[in-house]
Ligand binder design. Structure first.
Ligand code: SF4
Ligand code: MG
Length: 333
């Protein structure tokens, strides 16, 4: 069927005094109902900018959508009337941010914030809205919801606040949730709990979920597929298991090696050398080449295409692409 959301050849630029930064440079991805796509990358990779473009919180100077389509159920949001677009963004797509404390209103009770949707859009009474708020809090398993519905955001722990953010997102019964680093500010145990909750609700309501993260460790159990971004481009896509088992891009390989593992306690953790490029000075050829251990001369001159990846017999591997001149060696070597 038609994917829920499809990003097609998206280009987003930032016009700065020092030049044009291509923050998103020809990105394609899609997510279906009931599916979880993880978009992975370091800061400056374009993963958040892509999401912000989908949500319409970026199309203003210095940001500019230079090219591309964002299809929601087959309809290009970028070509829609403003009113139509606002409806989709307000009700069909919900976003969860990293920092719940700054996304929630500090002087409004959590119950009032959760119930607001129902008051404004459904004409619910104060009492009905409060009941809805309690129901939502219970749905995201906040203990003693009835007692806590009148509490303020700062009275909750970080993990509980993030649950409240999830509840806010659910209040609209969206088709798609975009979560940008939803657990980054939390400690590891709480991270896993919040991630599990998100995955569970996503399955229960058959929503699409785009999970944006810099942390390959948190998405393994919840994502169906992954798109790895680097310097504004997608450099690898794969079903999540395949990517973990056998990456087809040196960057992904490096990211996997740098995940802390319990069985390697005490050993020094691998880190990819160097830093992601300044988007105003992206290296020629493959943008990753200065950090890549296997770069060749070709890598320094020619931008690699996003190749369809094949197995050793040349059979196409479903959903697998790599933007590396040496993807074969990386995958099969
Ligand atoms: Fe490394 Fe070259 Fe592949 Fe880029 S194209 S990741 S520099 S081997
Ligand atoms: Mg970000």
């Amino acid at each position: 069927g038609t994917p829920l959301l499809e990003v097609k050849d998206l280009h987003v630029e930032f016009h700065t005094r020092d030049g044009v930064a291509k923050a998103v440079n020809g990105v394609n991805y899609s997510v279906a109902a009931g599916e979880t796509l993880a978009v992975l990358g370091e800061s400056g990779s374009g993963k958040s900018v892509t999401a912000q473009t989908i949500m319409g919180i970026l199309d203003m100077p210095p940001g500019k959508i230079a090219q591309g389509q964002i299809l929601f159920r087959g309809q290009d949001m970028l070509a829609m009337k403003e009113e139509e677009r606002r409806q989709i963004r307000g009700q069909k797509i919900a976003m969860i941010f990293q920092d719940a404390l700054s996304s929630l209103n500090p002087v409004m009770t959590v119950g009032a914030q959760l119930g607001e949707m129902f008051r404004v859009h459904r004409g619910a009474s104060k009492k009905e809205a409060r009941e809805k708020a309690i129901e939502l809090m219970e749905r995201v398993r906040i203990p003693a919801a009835k007692q806590r519905v009148g509490d303020y955001p700062h009275q909750f722990s970080g993990g509980m606040r993030q649950r409240i953010m999830i509840a806010m997102a659910l209040s609209m019964e969206p088709d798609l949730i975009i979560a940008d680093e939803p657990t980054t500010a939390l400690d590891v145990t709480v991270q896993a709990q919040v991630m599990d909750l998100l995955a569970e609700l996503q399955a229960e309501f058959n929503m699409g979920l785009i999970l944006i993260t810099h942390d390959l460790g948190v998405v393994a159990d919840v994502a169906d597929k992954i798109a790895v971004m680097y310097a504004g481009r997608i450099v690898e896509t794969a079903p999540v298991r395949d990517l973990y088992a056998n990456p087809a891009h040196p960057y992904t390989k490096g990211l996997l090696r740098s995940i802390p593992r319990l069985d390697q306690k005490g050993q020094e953790l691998y880190a990819i050398k160097g830093l992601p490029p300044n988007l105003l000075k992206v290296p020629a050829g493959c943008a990753f080449n200065p950090r890549c251990d296997v770069a060749t001369d070709l890598c320094r001159t020619e931008i690699p295409k996003l190749h369809q990846v094949t197995d050793k017999d040349g059979k196409e591997l479903t959903g697998r692409r790599s933007a590396c001149h040496l993807w074969k060696e990386t995958l099969h070597g």
